[in-house]
Design a protein around this ligand. Structure first.
Ligand code: ADP
Ligand code: MG
Length: 250
């Protein structure tokens, strides 16, 4: 039975002369890990930016739980359960790992810097437990007191994910989470993202690493030159001749 949590319908995006996306429709099933892949410039980040509200579509609509959210700002999507990570990091380098995660919760809990106050309220205690659980999920517990900027890049990426997860999203959008990670960190990512899915978080992930996508995703949408090439289970979609040709530039 189909249970669509997020629907981007008939999405077209033009930047001046460039058509980044043309009439793309993607339905994300609740409880799935949905990959978006395609060669450089295919429109993947633009699609994620439109889904998360950072870029308005030229045409088309975005619906979350059946509600039209096309014109909602990213901030107003967070209380509806949507959060995201970026291709480039957006951390507070001078704060600790744990402080970064605590601050990530403020958008849903309205606590802001109060969450760093040494004497917590009951609500703050609960938030701190959730933050610690997110740190644990991403293997950062031992590093929680380190300043974020002192972590190697791959761990900073994991911290960004922990921060997003601590906001307790029901839908998490990630742009190239594995970029800049070591092979070992990439391997560790698959069970972590699956765990999130199993805990009830729907995941949309843009990723360049095809191995990762095929191990991780339930469904993939392949974009090429702003158009949808194919969609389906990774073993089927990624095996198609059209996808090979697009990637190999044939
Ligand atoms: P991908 O993430 O798949 O590599 P993008 O979504 O970043 O692709 O880009 C798709 C196309 O849209 C590219 O041709 C890119 O140059 C163009 N594009 C993306 N963002 C902008 C922008 N802000 N202004 C102009 N062109 C853009
Ligand atoms: Mg991109």
């Amino acid at each position: 039975m189909s249970d669509v949590q997020l629907r981007a319908s008939g999405i077209t995006k033009r930047f001046q002369g460039v058509t980044a996306l043309a009439e793309v429709t993607v339905e994300v099933e609740r409880g799935s890990i949905h990959g978006v892949v395609g060669p450089n410039g295919a429109g993947k980040s633009t699609l994620l930016n439109i889904m998360s509200g950072f870029v308005p579509p030229t045409e088309g609509t975005v619906e979350l739980e059946g509600r039209d959210i096309t014109r909602l700002t990213p901030q107003r999507r967070v209380p509806l359960g949507m959060t995201r990570t970026f291709q480039n990091l957006r951390l507070f380098g001078g704060l600790t790992v744990r402080q970064n995660v605590l601050l990530g919760q403020h958008s849903h809990a309205r606590t802001g810097f109060a969450s760093l106050w040494p004497v917590p309220t009951a609500k703050e205690r609960q938030l701190r437990q959730e933050a610690d659980a997110a740190l644990e999920t991403f293997g950062l517990t031992e590093l929680s007191r380190r300043r974020a900027e002192t972590l190697p890049y791959g761990l900073q990426k994991q911290l960004e994910m922990a921060r997003a997860v601590a906001a307790r999203p029901s839908l998490l959008l990630m742009d190239e989470p594995a970029a800049g990670m070591t092979a070992q960190e990439r391997r560790a990512l698959v069970p972590r993202i699956r765990q999130l899915r199993d805990e009830g978080v729907t995941v949309v992930v843009v990723e360049h690493d095809m191995d990762l996508i095929s191990q991780m995703c339930d469904v993939v949408t392949v974009l090429n030159f702003g158009r949808m090439l194919i969609e389906g289970p990774p073993d089927v979609a990624l095996a198609s001749d059209d996808v090979r040709t697009a990637y190999l530039g044939g």
